[in-house]
Design a protein around this ligand. Structure first.
Ligand code: ADP
Ligand code: MG
Length: 602
């Protein structure tokens, strides 16, 4: 056999080279949709519709009402490096469009049967580009193409692109495609990301002729709510910041669905100069202030829009342009982190609130909010050196203090909301959420200091379990004993509780004990929690969250003295602003808002 290294060098045949290059841009149907939608957005479309057949394998069709293409552009647009968006190298410094590499259409054409029909704004005729059959093409010959009159009925002007039989000629790629449902949901996910970058554009997605996503034009905050919120009236907090005084300028707009937290980063959106990206620096800056406000493993629903002078940004890092690089990432990091810290401090803040608190009354000079003893990252990072993000230990936070120490108790609404008046605000506390937080932290404190105490039950409580779970339960019994339960297996199918942790209380005890057994059985033995002595933190959290159910309920009538005690104890907590499940405990209503409502002030 001939050794490959001994073969003479050859220039790849165009058709081979094209398919290799296409592989960088086009991985699956969603990559085709992404590229085509970006072109539609660059063409100024305000309506974009996508249709898929067989998850995009048989057909991907994207129709827009953008400015369209004339016959000359049509015959050029499928050539590699053909673009109307970049002329000279210097233009790379001022990119305002999503595309600029002139690679998408030729890539799609290399791996599918492409046809384009387009009508240019101001023209009364539409033209159609058809490319010769992919399968008939041999490796040497260029593919015949034809531009003819076509019919574009969608609107006065615009473009419709169809890609049929994706990867039909590239079996190596075809076999990596997933089920129809999985490909459709990838497309949907990409469309939603792009829709967040252009809220004023309407989007529709059809699969097998059925509409599965319809987004009407709306503003940025409501598009964020539509796509990230769990219901239409999810409250949203918007904050903006800019430092126009400095050149080059940097502008931030943030929309935060404050009451929502989710166990993954899927509701974190970054839009940089109109481009949906996942940048590590931005992500870190965004999440670091939340580390104090949310439970570990919980993420906020948050959309950040960043606009920066294009000369400060390298968007040409990756063929699919989903990564960027900042010239001054330190500056960007600090600006984002400060904005997010301020938002949290004002609307539901983590434990370091006391300094931020006062500072947050004055909305403009964000950078000064940082406590003075914080190590400042070096001012300029260049392209070659990725930042070293400041770690937690470098950013000491001020310990919590009750910001409402001198608040006046004003009563309880609906036996659920504790009302306090504080300076120029009405403070509303959800008694159930607050008590959950208080109990949770009390339990955790005792657990970590190994001072959990038990409360003996007057009558032991027997809870049944399925007999086949007996062994599994036995293996896990030591864990709950560690948490202050005294329990033993009784007969074939019962667990007899003689004592429970003092913090548990006895409300609906049986149900909670039953839930506890379910959780226990559902927890896998891992290296970390194998030994009964090492009940690891996540196991503790899972078991302790059961304790929350003993909390004061909405609807329980409290005495004023209990209400005041809740306020005081809440702000002794490390994370007073959210219950352990991430819901807010406190809502602040500004007096000014009331005055607006009553038209005392316009
Ligand atoms: P790029 O977007 O990087 O310029 P593409 O291969 O994606 O490269 O597109 C090539 C060119 O085709 C674009 O620069 C644009 O002029 C034109 N074009 C592509 N799609 C559309 C569209 N939907 N409407 C108008 N023009 C388009
Ligand atoms: Mg493009």
């Amino acid at each position: 056999m001939q050794n490959a290294a001994l073969r003479p060098i050859q220039i790849l045949k165009p058709a081979v080279a094209e398919r290799i290059a296409a592989g960088e841009v086009i991985e699956r149907p969603s990559s085709v949709v992404k590229e085509l939608i970006e072109n539609s957005l660059d063409a100024g479309a305000t309506e974009i519709s996508v249709s898929l057949e067989d998850g995009g394998k048989s057909l991907i069709e994207v129709t827009d009402n953008g400015h369209g293409m004339g016959p000359e552009d049509l015959s050029l647009c499928v050539l590699r490096h053909a673009t109307s968006k970049l002329n000279v190298l210097d233009d790379l410094e001022r990119i305002h469009t999503l595309g600029f590499r002139g690679e998408a259409l030729p890539s799609v054409a290399a791996v599918s049967q492409l046809s384009i029909i387009s009508r240019r704004a101001g023209s009364d005729a539409a033209f159609e580009l058809t490319l010769g059959d992919l399968s008939e093409r041999n490796e040497d010959s260029a593919r015949p193409e034809r531009v003819t009159f076509g019919h574009f009925l969608h609107s006065m002007h615009g473009t419709r692109i169809q890609a049929r039989g994706l990867f039909a000629q590239v079996p190596a790629r075809l076999k990596f495609l997933k089920s129809q449902g999985a490909e459709v949901s990838q497309v949907r996910e990409w469309m939603e990301r792009l829709a967040l970058t252009h809220p004023q554009t309407g989007f529709q997605l059809f699969s097998e002729g059925r509409a599965i996503l319809t987004l009407r034009p709306e503003d940025e905050a409501s598009r964020t709510r539509t796509l990230l919120g769990d219901k239409n009236d999810t409250p949203i907090i918007t904050s903006t910041w800019s430092d126009e005084a400095h050149t080059p300028s940097l502008r931030l707009r943030a929309h935060w669905l404050q009451g929502l937290s989710v166990p993954n980063a899927r509701k974190l959106v970054q839009v940089i100069n109109g481009r949906a990206v996942r940048d590590r620096v931005v992500q870190q800056a965004l999440l670091s202030p939340f580390r104090q406000a949310l439970l570990p493993g919980q993420f906020p629903a948050f959309a950040l829009y960043l606009e920066i002078d294009p000369s400060q940004l390298d968007v040409n890092v990756h063929p699919t342009k989903t990564e960027v690089r900042f010239l001054e990432s330190g500056r960007v990091f600090r600006a984002i982190e400060s904005l997010v810290e301020t938002m949290i401090a004002r609307h539901g803040a983590p434990a370091y609130a006391s300094t931020l608190w006062r500072a947050s009354e004055n909305p403009s000079p964000i950078p000064s909010f940082r406590p003075a003893n914080v190590a400042t990252p070096s001012p300029v990072w260049n392209f070659s050196a990725p930042p070293v993000i400041p770690s937690d230990s470098e950013t000491p936070r001020v310990v919590s203090q009750n910001p409402f120490q001198h608040a006046r108790f004003n009563g309880i609404a609906f036996n659920t909301y504790l009302l306090f008046e504080h300076e120029s605000e009405l403070i509303v506390i959800d008694q159930h959420a607050a008590d959950e937080r208080i109990r949770y932290e009390a339990l955790k404190k005792k657990f970590t200091s190994r001072t959990l105490s038990s409360q003996a039950l007057l009558l032991p409580e027997a809870v049944r379990f399925a007999p086949e779970q007996r062994q599994r339960l036995l293996e896990r019994l030591a864990w709950i004993q560690k948490l202050g339960f005294e329990a033993e297996i009784f007969g074939e199918d019962s667990l007899l509780f003689r004592a429970i942790p003092a913090e548990w209380g006895t409300d609906s005890l049986r149900t909670r004990l039953k839930n506890l057994i379910d959780r226990l059985l559902a927890t896998e033995v891992t290296e970390k929690n194998e030994s009964a002595l090492a009940v690891d933190e996540s196991l503790f959290e899972s078991l302790a969250s059961e304790a929350c159910h003993s909390a004061i309920r909405a609807g329980d009538a409290l005495e004023p003295i209990e209400a005041r005690a809740i306020l005081g104890r809440l702000f002794e907590c490390t994370h007073p602003w959210n219950c352990p499940h991430g819901r807010p405990t406190v809502v602040r209503l500004a007096r000014g808002k009331l005055e607006e409502w009553f038209q005392r002030r316009v």
